[in-house]
Structure formats: C-alpha cells, structure tokens
Design a protein around this ligand. Sequence first.
Ligand SMILES: *Cc1c(COP(=O)(O)O)cnc(C)c1O
Length: 610
Amino acid sequence: MLPSPYPPVIGDLAATTNLPVLTFVKPVNGPAANMSLLCGESGSVPGGSSSHNIFIASPLPPMKSLAIEASSSCTTNFLLVRSTLRILPCHPGMDCLSILIYHFYLRRVARFGDIAFKLTMPPRAMIVSITPELALDGSKNYAGGLGVLEGDKFYAAARLGVPYTVITLLYDRGYVEYTEQNGQLEPTEEDQSNFIKRLELFRTCWTTVGGEEVEVAFYLYRLNTATAVFVKPLRPAWAAQATERLYIERTELERFRKYIILAKAALRYIEKFIGWDRVKYVDLQEAYTALVPLLKPDPRYRLVVHTPAPWGHPTFPSRFFRQELGFDLAMNPVVLTELGLAASSEGVVVSKKMVHFAARTFPHHAHKIKAVTNAVEIPRWQHPAVADVKGPEELKAARARVKEEALRALGVRTDRPVIVWARRLTSYKRPHYMVQLIEEVNTDLFFILGGRAHPNDEYGRRIMAEFKRLAATRPNVLYIPSLYVEDMRKIIWAADIFTFTPFSGWEASGTSFMKAGINGVPSVASRDGAVVEVVRDRYNGWLFGEDRTELVSPDTPDIDEREYAEFKQKVNEALDALADGSYWEVAFNAYKTFREYYSMERLFKEYGYL
Ligand SMILES: *Cc1c(COP(=O)(O)O)cnc(C)c1O
C-alpha cells in the first residue's frame, strides 16, 4: 500500500465522480511516455476502462507541469487539481466535476508499469439514504422535521467528507402553502421553480410502473462529497402527476405508485451510478421507503422509524402488491413499517425512549431495534455570533445582538421577552397550549408562532385559524404559517424562551428544541422524545409533565389540563429567571450540553457513517 500523497487535513483532496476515480500518484520516467495513459486511452489501466474512469492529477508540486501538459492534450476524463480546494475542469462536457474527495478514501492501490494509481472510493464507502422529503436551503421539498433532518445529514456529510447520496422525489408543486382568501388561510400548492433551476439534470432512465414504461429524470444537487438525487418522473402524465406534491395524493393507488416510482428509481440510481459494491448502508427513512427492499433484497438496508405509536404506520391493501409486484402477501392491509423492519437487517429509532415503544409495537423485531438519537447540523443552525462563547455573560452579550438582528429581519419591533412555538401543527404536539397561554398571560411578552397543518388535518387547520386570529387581534403576536428553514433560523435567533409541548409518549425525537439550545436558547419542554436524554429541569431548561412510557391518547382532557397548568407555571418560572438574571446560567448550560450531544458528529458515529 502506498502512502497517500495528501496531507491528512480537510482540503487534502483530489476530485471525484460517481465513476471510479484513478488518481495519478507518481510519474517515474517523465511525462511523455505515459501521456496516453493519463488521458485515459489505455484499456489496460487496472480498475476499469478509459471511458469509465476519471483521471486526476494531484496538486503536488512535482506533478504540476505534467498535469498541465496532460490536461491540455487530453480530450476527456481529465481533471487538473490546481490547488487543494479548487478544481479546474479541463473538459467542459464532463459531468463529474464538482465533488471533492478526501485522501482517506484513497485506499485501494493498483500499479501499472512505472506509474502507481490509487483507486478512490473503496468498496462499501457510500452511505445512501432514501427519503420521502428533503429540506435543502431554498427548497420546498419538505413538510417538517424529517425533511430538515435529512437536509442536516446532507450538509454534515459534505462538511465531514463522508461519501453520501440522499435520494428523494422532486415535488415540483411542493407540499402546502397557506394564503389568505376571504380572511381565511386556504391551502394551495408551493412554487419551488427557483430551487429547481439550481439542480443539474444528470440522466434519465426508464422503468416499469403499473405495467407502463415510465421515464424518470435524476436531478442532482452536489456539495463536496454529498449528492442529493431528486427523482422526477417525466412521462406518462399520471406518473408526473402522482409525484407533483409531497404527502398529497388523489387516491390510494396514486400514493402507492408514487412510492413505487421512488423505490424503483432509487434502485436504478444505485445500480447504475453508484454500484452496489461501493454501498455501505442504505438507510430507509420512514415507512414509505420500505418498498425498496421488496424490489431488491440486501443485508445493507436499515429502516429508520420516526413514528413511535402503534397507529400512524401507513398501510396499503395487499392487492396493490399482487398487481404491481406479483406477491401474495399473507397480510392485509400491509403495514409498511412491519414490512420494512422484516426486510431490513436493523431498525433504527430516533431517540432512546422510542426503543421501548418500538419493541412493544413490533416485539417480533425487538432484537434488531436500536436507537440513534436525532441531532442537528450545528453550522446550519447556530448563529455565528454565538459560535464560541465562553460563559453566561458572553452568551448574554452575543444573544442580545443576535436577537436584535433576527427581530429586525422578521419585521418585529419589541423589547419584551420573546416566547416561541414553531413546528408542524398536529394534535400530539399540542399547539393549543400556546393559544391558551397567549390568552391568559399578560401582554409584557412577545409571541412568535410558526407552522402549518396538513390540509386534511382538521385539528391543525383549526389551530392555524386560532393562531391567525391571535396575530390579527394582538400587537404582541406574530404568526408565520409557512415555516421554512430560513424562517426557522430567524425565529430561533429571536427567541428568549422556546417551547416544546408534545404529549408524552408521542414524540419520536423532536429537533426544534435542539436548534434553540445550541444557540443558548433554553426550552420549556415536556418530558418526551430526545428531550429527556439531555435536559434537566432548571439546569439547562425547564421540564413539565409526566415522562410517560405507556401510550395514552393525546385526547385525554384531564391529563391535558393538568399538564397545561404545569406548563404555564414553568413558563412563569423561566420568565422569573430571565428577570432576575439566573436565566443566563441555564441558557449557557443548554448551550454547552446541547452542542456536545445533539451534534451530527455524534449521530454520524452512531450510524457508522464516520
Ligand atoms: C426543525 C424544523 C422542524 C421540526 O421540528 P420538530 O421539533 O422536530 O418537530 C420543522 N420545520 C422546520 C422548518 C424546522 O426547521
């Protein structure tokens, strides 16, 4: 094994592609003799044929003249790496230019004549995630936490140099946006054409769904070692329509076909453009991606379950499976999480507490269920001004600047304490606590509310109307229904107290309180999800309610009322702490403990990505 020519730091890289990469390491007898090899014209290069390899000149000084000479005489397959972080494409037609690769993938060495090559991307290095939603900055391809989490993993993989491919559908009409019509918030589609313009059309391919040939396009968004693959069916029209919007379908069959398209296209992409021998894990996010292992069994699948309760796991009638795939499944309807757990080597749940619930809902899979608690990508969510504070006083000064800037960006003028509630509007998250709180507490506070409901969720729609009414009738309430990543950042940065109020037993993990905590914004939180792993009452936040390990319906009024009283008391406690200054110890403790535990570095290690 040759030592790597690159120093072991970020930036010690050549360049890569989805094709195998040959790195030119060491010319022994001068450049001219081996030029044809460098240009990729030799069929005898170990590791692949000329048309399937990309040749890269290393940036080391002895290589420079050779590399430049080669790049000007080669017509294809050649990248010249000018300096450690810059890539100069010498052939504009190539489709492999933008990804960087770090030296620790340069493991497999092959020798040819007097030239040593290293084959980059060893077998089983690529992490693949398949997900129904993905929230990259500027996109509208998500409904909430799952999409944002997947986006955070994407950015973390790019930052940490992990070879990572996330595959999702491209919803050209987004999820749902609410606009005011006759004084009411009405659901409509979203426009993400600006984001789509930033994607690169990579390839198209054909697959069969519903007995018809379907043409799908792969649009890519690449950042260092991370690639996001957006699958877009082009024709026939029913296939394009089925995937227009996230979580919105006209019929059950349309929903089934939507996820069959994702599954088949994802498998195509892995086979053709990654290669199964280079895949380490295929992580399937939530139940709808459980169709993937039905189409191609493999031990590298892991199903990541984000739904703790026994209900809420989607199903399809078994006849769909018979018609589409020729299977006679011995259950009807088919519970997708069940199918996915059975077909995967592991089931991953997203907080420690969820292990208990998953093992009770799926006791026959209990042996393969483990927890990897969710986390957030700190550089994406932390305001730079609080990136390196050393104590409560420093945090206080930095936060004052951050809050002022964020309020200005939100168009809010206030010098009162700011209390926030912002996430998807659904009943187990109990946004109604905020309606009641705003109506009961004094007006020396400012409230920022954020979040939208699924158009078919009656409870959520009702809360949206309540939030809107509060914002319209009170000068100290702001409501942002269409909560995007960009708004979420500002809202968190504007907050003094974040609230996180799920009905205990129902929250898989929750991530919004993590984003607040890494900015030194403590939460008043219920004891559920990932909260209980780090938050201690009055130390780095405020906790209320029971830590339930039995599943109780959120529609249990006496529990709801009892816990509301505790919630309100804890909000008052946090406000008192803010008034007497003891708040800043708590805030700084949240900052310290959250940055350590809820980080993508920890999550990547636990998933085996690092
Ligand atoms: C983080 C985030 C969420 C998810 O918050 P949870 O606490 O996990 O429910 C939803 N929407 C946006 C825009 C977010 O940034």
